[in-house]
Design a protein around this ligand. Structure first.
Ligand code: ADP
Ligand code: MG
Length: 293
């Protein structure tokens, strides 16, 4: 063993080197290669500037600029067709310069240019997305769903194989507690209620330790009780990841934004207003285009 590898921390940096070698790099971007290395030293975790997306000449997004601070839980509201889902499609790489007419800038932290990355790569750098419909493995038990989600994450796979049980079990148990699914751990996911499935899917995303979680209308189809349970879960994630939540349910938005959280209003592909929920609700343009009188 040479002097360098016997120093404290040397093993960690060696692992880092290996990760970099493994990931390097179809995109030509060798910068961000493991969770936790997103440069948010100047504030935003997500930064959109003049983002325009055209479908056959129609602008689903029209010079949209918006940024989310590191650690923030941002709610986004706006009428159907405003471009909210399209925005998430661009952030996650589902829609990009490869398959659509897109211009503008989309950055994760200071240095990660998401527009130059593929969809799987974007998931790898720490963006998790929750779609409206829960997608869990119905035949598998809740516990197995979480385990599969953890193993699907290549960043953890090699170390997990070596020493799965302790750390892996601990993380699964932690996630079961966080999502309120402890009592369901050994039930097939197909038997869960809609609200429980939604929480399980969020738990599966959490197993991959995202830096930024995107949720598109997560409470659609939920009971009031399930809705407030989900608000509680997302509020409890503050501090462990940044979140962007698109939702129409104003009670849910109020539970997430609180009196001082920022809410963004999209309309016709642009940012129409931004501020506290109270302020945007009083904004004439927002009343006109979304809330009604
Ligand atoms: P929101 O999520 O705010 O309801 P969307 O982002 O789904 O809005 O849609 C914005 C606009 O872009 C809508 O008019 C929609 O019909 C259009 N649109 C979205 N995706 C496509 C696509 N792949 N092809 C053509 N038009 C699309
Ligand atoms: Mg939508």
């Amino acid at each position: 063993m040479n002097a360098a590898t016997s120093q404290p921390g040397a093993q960690h940096s060696a692992q880092r080197g290996a990760d970099q070698a493994e990931s390097g790099d179809a995109t030509g971007l060798g910068r961000v290669l493991e969770p936790g290395v997103i440069d948010t030293s100047h504030g935003p975790i997500l930064y959109l500037e003049d983002l325009t997306v055209q479908f056959d000449g129609f602008r689903a997004l029209n010079k949209l600029s918006l940024s989310i601070d590191h650690g923030e839980l941002r709610c986004v509201i706006g009428p159907n067709g405003a471009g909210k889902t399209t925005m998430m499609d661009v952030i996650t790489g589902k829609t990009g310069p490869r398959n659509a007419n897109v211009s503008g800038r989309v950055f994760l932290g200071q240095s990660i240019d998401l527009m130059r990355m593929t969809e799987p790569r974007i998931a790898q750098v720490g963006i998790g997305r929750k779609f409206q419909k829960p997608t869990v493995f119905e035949q598998h038990e809740v516990w197995e769903n979480l385990e599969l989600a953890m193993k699907a994450d290549k960043r953890w796979w090699s170390s997990l194989r070596a020493r799965l049980t302790g750390e892996g079990h601990r993380r699964i148990e932690e996630t079961l507690a966080l999502t309120g699914l402890e009592d369901e751990a050994y039930r097939p996911a197909g038997l869960l209620s809609h609200g429980q499935k939604q929480r399980l899917e969020i738990g599966m995303l959490l197993m991959q330790q995202p830096q930024l979680l995107l949720l598109d209308e997560p409470v659609a189809g939920m009971t009031d009780e399930e809705t407030m349970q989900l608000a509680g879960l997302l509020n409890s994630l503050r501090g462990s990841c940044s979140m962007m939540v698109v939702e129409h349910d104003m009670e849910f938005v109020a539970a997430l934004a609180g009196p001082s959280g920022k809410v963004s209003v999209l309309a016709e592909g642009s940012l129409l207003a931004e501020g506290t929920l109270d302020a945007v609700k009083r904004d004439e343009r927002v009343i006109e285009s979304y809330l009604g009188r």
